[in-house]
Design a binder for this molecule. Structure first.
Ligand code: HEC
Ligand code: HEC
Length: 358
């Protein structure tokens, strides 16, 4: 095929995608909660969700039996862990902030660098990670198989008591898809109940969609764009000198075939996955739903408060970034923006006592 025809075809496909695969919302448009997307290969059933929940809270999933998924994704803390840098396997140190799992079903990319695209694929990573659960999956399969209650449950859910890592991951993913933020004032507001927000929060809403330009990136149902941006968030000074964090950074970089991993001083973000210069220190746009419950903020937890985070955006992001411009918000505007984030985006608390683990 001549080159120009090839290009034309690329153009047609590019143009068509907007008709065939409508995006979850276009820039500037916030959307009320509707329903949770579920992949056809892993339909939700009540029993599968219950099994996934048990596994999520089961400390057998970690090598030394001290940690479950819920250790770093704590229900009472919006399914994050309240630490700047997340918890870790003994003697090691993590290097990134634990993200909320609320509304995670809506995300097209998982992890701060988007290296995984489905919850089914994601679930095995923390189990295997040397600095998280540090478990051997062949061993884990045998361990779970030795628990009679699990044999019964796997049989009920999957029609066979052959316990595999893939089935564990499917059950955990089904459970995670139930973690949704419901009844936030923003949903009621977008559905026409204009009285539900205080006048401060309404002012903040106007800044969020207007002068603040927040909806350039935070839009749709979960206030994300499924994209990565290099805002040049600084390295977190509290951890920059920690040799264990540096070891984790070098280790992850090496696993991702980053050649000069020994001399790496910063988190390369999305670049680790794509090796594309424009992705250097780019991170995924995170959801802002339930944001008041999930601090500290950013991929490395550098900001303890929403005030600091808002000031970061107000100043036009980190040094040298080409994505953000200063906003020149005055104190009252910054305050209103914060009140919008705290008041409007807070869904019902998810109250989840630890289930009984067999
Ligand atoms: C030791 C703490 C820790 C444990 C244990 C842990 N996680 Fe995480 N989780 C994290 C951190 C930190 C990240 C972000 C890592 C990154 O971006 O590189 C993360 C990211 C995720 C994400 C991606 C969320 C998003 O929005 O991108 C999901 C989903 C998730 N974890 C689920 C789980 C499941 C399921 C388990 C148990 C099998 C688990 N986690 C165990 C700390 C932990
Ligand atoms: C160019 C895209 C873009 C724009 C515009 C933008 N953000 Fe973000 N936002 C991001 C990205 C990317 C991150 C994650 C950065 C990181 O982890 O290092 C983020 C992180 C955040 C966080 C922290 C979330 C968390 O859980 O850690 C908050 C709060 C936030 N943004 C609020 C805002 C507000 C308010 C505005 C408008 C004033 C705004 N953002 C404008 C892309 C954007």
């Amino acid at each position: 095929m001549p080159r120009s025809n090839g290009l034309f075809l690329v153009f047609i496909v590019y143009a068509l995608q907007f008709f065939i695969f409508p995006s979850p919302g276009s820039a500037g448009h916030l959307e009320p909660f509707k329903h949770t997307p579920v992949p056809p290969g892993n339909p939700q059933t009540q029993e599968k969700i219950e099994l996934g929940k048990m596994l999520f809270f089961d400390r057998r999933l970690s090598g030394d039996g001290t940690m479950s998924c819920a250790t770093c994704h704590i229900p009472d803390m919006g399914f994050s862990d309240g630490e700047a840098i997340s918890l870790n396997y003994p003697t090691t140190k993590n290097w990134r902030n634990s993200p909320t799992l609320i509304n995670v079903a809506f995300s097209k990319f998982l992890f701060h660098d988007g290296r995984v695209e489905t919850l089914e694929d994601q679930a095995l990573f923390p189990m295997m990670s040397s600095f998280e659960m540090n478990q051997n999956l062949d061993f884990l399969e045998e361990e779970i198989r030795s628990v009679p209650e699990y044999l019964v449950l796997f049989k009920k859910v999957f029609g066979s008591d052959d316990i595999t890592r893939e089935k564990m991951a499917m059950a955990i993913a089904a459970f995670e898809r139930t973690l949704v933020s419901l009844n936030a004032p923003l949903d009621k507001y977008l559905n026409g109940n204009l009285e539900v927000l205080s006048s401060e929060a309404k002012k903040g809403y106007e800044i969020f969609v207007g002068k603040g330009k927040c909806t350039d990136c935070h839009y749709g149902v979960t206030l994300i764009d499924d994209k990565f941006h290099a805002l040049n968030v600084p390295e977190n000074p509290d951890f920059q000198a920690d040799p264990r964090v540096a070891a984790t950074r070098r280790f992850v970089a090496k696993l991702n075939h980053y050649e000069d991993f020994r001399n790496l001083q910063e988190d390369p973000g999305r670049y680790l996955i794509t090796k594309d210069k424009k992705d250097w220190r780019a991170f995924k746009t995170p959801t802002l739903r339930d944001i008041a419950k999930t601090g500290p903020y950013m991929h490395n937890g550098i900001f303890d408060s929403l005030d600091e985070t808002i000031e970061f955006f107000n100043l036009g992001g980190g040094p040298g970034n080409t994505v953000l411009k200063p906003l020149h918000l005055d104190d009252a505007e910054k305050q209103a923006l914060k009140i919008f984030l705290v008041e409007a985006l807070n869904g019902d608390d998810i109250v989840m006592p630890t289930p009984k683990i067999p």
